[in-house]
Design a protein around this ligand. Sequence first.
Ligand code: FES
Length: 266
Amino acid sequence: MAYTQLTMKSRGFLETKRRDAWWLMPAVTFVVFGSFIVYSTWAAFQGANYSWGPYLSPFYSPEIFGDSPHALLGKIPSWIPAWIPFSPAFLILWAPGGFRFTCYYYRGAYYKAFWGDPPACTVGELRTGYRGEKKLPLIMQNIHRYFLYLALAFLLFLAYDVWRALWFPDGAGHEKFGLGVGTLVLAVNVILLGSYTFSCHSLRHLVGGRKDKLSDSPFCQKAFACTSAMNKKHMLFAWLSLFWVGFSDIYVRLCATNVIHDFRIF
Ligand code: FES
């Protein structure tokens, strides 16, 4: 059989024959994801204006210690030295942050956007060797499945916050059932974060079976098919939930600082 010997020529950094705008998605990812990291870090350091009435910002939920009525264990303990900057968000934000940071989709996106490794498919990169994610430090990304367990627990807290957001103080020391725009904002937040979490690649493995084999259980097979179908939209859920969780914090913060007034639907 006739054959031709082809020699592979390695490309220089950013060298490519592509004529499309391959740099656009990494650039958008850099701006949007970078802005989210900057904003969420700023919001976490504020330690104030994270709750208003029955609403609690998702960046601070669950509030373990804090000054708001949502705090599960009461005020900030006195044994925490005053010189240590403290915010209730510090105790919890690492979990959803770690879940997002180790997400299979985001990894592919921010490896390209933040350090160009690779910049895009068939675009030359700086490195000549490929280590994959089998060695330190990137092998740490395998922790993702454990962050998934935490993310599932966080969804329960956020759903409970929506329930709490239906009960408004009536001014006479009681609570009255109602619905505000903020309630809807927090409800959409749970739906989007739930869609992002339930479309997680690791969840497919968790529900589908063990040791690279699909379970024989019809329930597991259905669950696997369902999470697999959702996984096709994982990128969409990733961006929508990122945007909305930031927006939810902004909404509560603007209500708490009296910049806007929450509209009560009933
Ligand atoms: Fe994206 Fe698990 S793969 S959250």
